[in-house]
Design a protein around this ligand. Structure first.
Ligand SMILES: [Zn+2]
Length: 413
């Protein structure tokens, strides 16, 4: 009788196959039957007890991964049959196999199963489990769908950009951050007055081929306006309809459908390599938001936005390829930004010539500073990167402390 792992091994060695074991119900049950569940849970600090209801319970084993600290109360349960588990503090479901993957940072289910079962063959007979081939087909379909969506989005932005329309209200919105019309024109930003993107400023994205590759549409008219407009629209379409809430659907920033923000650095080809020729930069500042990047570029600071709080793998690879003499990490001063700054510094300082942690005074966003102030802030980062990192860590710790204290009374009740 062949074990899963043998079967998987054979599939894997087939040319061109990169398939992993799919976690089906049968696989889950076989894994649970083949491993020392109590021993594993003890090793993970769960302090497990097995109830008569067929449920393991204890402390959430990967709580420090998803919540950044250990669970304070044993509010985690796992089905003893199939290993499906649930963390009640964070309302997160998972499975023993995925837990092992996360805790040991394994890249495949197969490795996780191997770890859980000590590399032994699984006890139960291999059921008719399904390998990822079907899923691979689905992946291709999904990818095709994404590309179609993307090309529609790119067509939309091409049309909008060619109109070069910028309303006064939109100009004022950017002017509040000190972003000028010249900057907006240079980056091809335009405002939309009707249709689906009404009330939004479209910021186009450009790739290394100097082609339009996506956009983000920022609502410059504000949430209140958006909610009222949607409400009126729905009422007009059907006066009898009862509307519970449209506010929950509000998104300040809408990304082009199908656009993968994790592989794009905004500002690189839009502003820095606008002629399409990459060159080595003396410095590069990484910020979260597109508008931050727009402002810094306007102020003569070499800058890219990562479209969010974290640098994704492809973005990190691109940054390393640009290889600036100094990389400045300019995340926001909130808890998420501080966590990212400390984490990314740890990750990059051994891999790059020089990495600096930038702290913006008074907790303000990067876009709130003038050219002269920004130069001073960067000079300060050169002098006191370690102090800045310590301050960032402190902000993050305080946030976690506050979050914990807020939880305390609820637990005491
Ligand atoms: Zn948890």
């Amino acid at each position: 009788m062949r074990s899963f792992l043998e079967h998987a091994e054979q599939t894997r060695t087939r040319p061109g196959s990169g398939f992993d074991i799919e976690v089906t119900e049968e696989v889950k049950r076989s894994v649970m039957a083949s491993c020392d569940v109590r021993g594993i849970l003890e090793k993970w600090g769960v302090q497990p007890t097995l109830g008569s209801n067929g449920q393991w319970s204890g402390y959430c084993p990967d709580h420090f991964i998803h919540d950044g600290h250990p669970q304070h109360q044993p509010k985690w349960t796992m089905n003893a049959e199939n290993g499906d588990c649930y963390c009640f503090t964070s309302s997160r479901g998972s499975n023993l196999i995925y837990l092992a993957r996360r805790i040991y940072q394994l890249s495949t289910n197969e490795e996780a199963i191997r770890w859980l079962t000590n590399g032994e063959a699984l006890a139960a007979a291999p059921p008719e489990f399904v390998f990822d081939e079907r899923t691979a087909e689905e992946d291709i379909e999904r990818e095709q769908h994404r590309l179609e969506e993307l090309s529609k989005g790119v067509e939309t932005v091409r049309r909008l950009v060619s109109r070069r329309h910028l309303s006064d209200e939109c100009l004022e919105y950017f002017a509040n951050d000190g972003i000028t019309k010249d900057t907006l024109d240079a980056l091809g930003v335009c405002s939309v007055e009707s249709g689906w993107l009404e009330g939004r400023a479209v910021i186009p994205f450009i790739d290394s081929e100097m082609e339009l590759c996506g956009y983000v549409a920022v609502c410059y008219k504000g949430k209140e306006w958006w909610v009222k407009t949607q409400y009126d629209r729905l009422k007009k379409a059907d006066p009898k309809t009862s509307i519970v809430s449209v506010a929950a659907n509000y998104r300040k920033a809408l990304y082009c459908s199908g656009f993968l923000s994790g592989s794009h650095l905004f500002g690189l080809y839009e502003g820095l390599f606008y002629d399409g020729t990459p060159r080595r930069l003396d410095r590069l500042v990484v910020v979260e938001g597109e508008r931050d990047a727009m402002k810094l570029l306007q102020e003569g600071v070499e800058c890219v936005s990562v479209h969010g709080t974290s640098i994704k793998d492809e973005q990190r690879t691109a940054i390393k390829a640009i290889n600036p003499k100094t990389l400045y990490l300019g995340f926001d001063m909130d808890a998420a930004g501080c966590k990212a700054a400390v984490k990314e510094y740890d990750r990059l300082f051994t891999e790059m010539e020089c990495v600096r942690c930038v702290n913006f005074p008074d907790g303000k966003d990067p876009k709130k500073f003038s050219s002269r102030e920004l130069e001073e802030i960067l000079a300060d980062a050169d002098r006191s990167t370690f102090e800045n990192l310590a301050a960032r860590q402190e902000i993050y710790d305080r946030f976690r402390q506050d979050a914990r204290q807020k939880k305390q009374p609820a637990i005491a009740q």
